[in-house]
Ligand binder design. Sequence first.
Ligand code: FMN
Length: 386
Amino acid sequence: MIRFMTAGESHGKALVTIIDNFPSGLKIDEDFINEKLALRQSGYGRGARQKIETDKIEFISGVRGGLTTGSPISFFIKNKDYENWLERMDVYKPVPEDSKIHIPRPGHADFAGSIKYNLDDIRNVLERSSARETASRVAVGAICEILLREFGIEFSSAVLSIGGDIAEADFNLFDEKILNNIKNSDLRIPFPVKERGIKSLIDELKKEGDSAGGVIIVQVKNAPIGLGSFTQWDEKLDAHIAMSMMSIQAIKSVEIGAGVKSGYMRGSDFQDSIYINSGKKYYRKTDNAGGIEGGMSNGEIISVKCAMKPIPTLMKPYLDTVDLRTGEQEKAFLERSDVCAVPAASVVCEAALAYSICLFFLKKFGGDSIVEIIRNYEGYNKQVYS
Ligand SMILES: Cc1cc2nc3c(=O)[nH]c(=O)nc-3n(C[C@H](O)[C@H](O)[C@H](O)COP(=O)(O)O)c2cc1C
């Protein structure tokens, strides 16, 4: 079954990724992958790092003549910033004592990570736990999207809220007007009237050395009926989506469809009644289940919401912490940081959803080549719709 693994430090030479068991014969659209990488780097509220990096994918293996070969796909994404960190990130040279970090930043992996791995320099934790790693995941998601596009499956993501306002969430992200609004907004919000207010909030937070989180929505349309299974707990599509999303740095909650709101609704309001049209196409008039029932896609739009906590690094020393070497009470140190990365995180969430859908799509229709998958997919559609 398809799987992937990433390696690499935030200020190391590069991020490295391996995707295993990916089918042969898919035409790789490198521009599409690089566009997604650029989108992850953009967004109002990002820090100086994004001006240094211009992420580009460089394939090492598994792609030949522009097509996947069926062998493991590997690629790297270079860290341009490495040049500025040669002294501190060298593989062999001893780490300069005065550059070591002993004070964990609350909200990061610093505290538990340095204790767990018995490290005397917190940089060993923060370099790997950093959201720089999400560049790899965006590239993996883009490759999955390229495969799923062949079957008419499309993804869209947006930012619903930044810094506290409660946002309307029951809409279709594939509506042309909404798609355009998202494309034209450097906050990736679907409602332009909110743009000015959110930007001034971000400016204000930046001045105060504070930060913001927000709420993200991701949707996928044309996912066939029956991805995932009710037969075993870890075969459920919604369970996998939750894992994919929760594994993203700073994501603190995942909702499918009406999510938390469903707990406040009546059964007669919540359940999505089933209809059929003359072309034997099933449809629903509501989508409170978010396109998943019994752990399986039901053919409706799969809709996922995620909450991102406020960025934990603050540019003013607000947060109390402890020096792990001396045991003295201290203030958290300041590492270059974003004020708000919700637009970027929405791109990461889309990639994570693409991976989950691709995994279950290949479980259902899988084969070693695209030709074989198309055969399986067409056979299934014939069975369902004729
Ligand atoms: C796209 C993206 C960018 C991020 N940028 C920063 C940042 O600049 N500064 C920061 O302190 N945290 C940033 N974070 C969040 C931290 O990486 C994250 O909170 C931390 O690793 C701890 O993980 P946890 O919040 O999942 O517990 C970012 C997260 C994402 C998804």
